[in-house]
Design a protein around this ligand. Sequence first.
Ligand code: GRF
Length: 207
Amino acid sequence: MVPIGVLVSGRGSNLESILDAVDGKYITKGRVSVVVSNKPSVGALEIARKHDVPTVVLDDKGLPKMDPEYDRKTMATLEAHGVTPKDGLIALAGYFRILSPQFVDHYPNRIMNVHPALLPAFPGLEAQKRALEHGVKVSGATVHFVAKEVDAGPIILQAHVPVRDDDTVETLSERILRQEHRLYPEAIRLFTEDQLKIEGRRVVLKT
Ligand code: GRF
């Protein structure tokens, strides 16, 4: 069983899709061992509690967006819940901090993120707004392994959605989010079943 640590900062809809996939036995070889939030009183914490998953708040108020000292506390929390570099998985699910290189190096190819655009297009914040403003006709969702550069690690799964003429940031975000909720559990299932192989920048299925 792969112990999964989910790092969150907000609403928690991706967290919920992962927990539902575990409860519904879509993911059978992993379980969420802990949810760590850098913000108190966010929706994601409520969702975790509803699913009887342990939660930890490490409030980062006043700290820089990237902070190796803060990350050391996060890593200690993860390890205390069995999410180790040897057999754990860390899923960033709406986590609005940047991981330090020390964190990324500690868990090589064991940290995943979901991003609301077709990477490498529109990395960083407000991806849906920037895609709309740029005038692209297609956008989507990406689940990728986390590398030291933001939103740049090997891509595991992607799904595209159309951008419609009458879209707003809200309608486009909603359409993309539905794909995120489908892709993230699928990527985690593949990882926990040991089906993923990384070849350079490419993530392929083991044959
Ligand atoms: C999602 O759109 C995700 O792609 C981005 O932040 C949002 C988080 O939403 N990284 P939620 O907290 O999972 O509902």
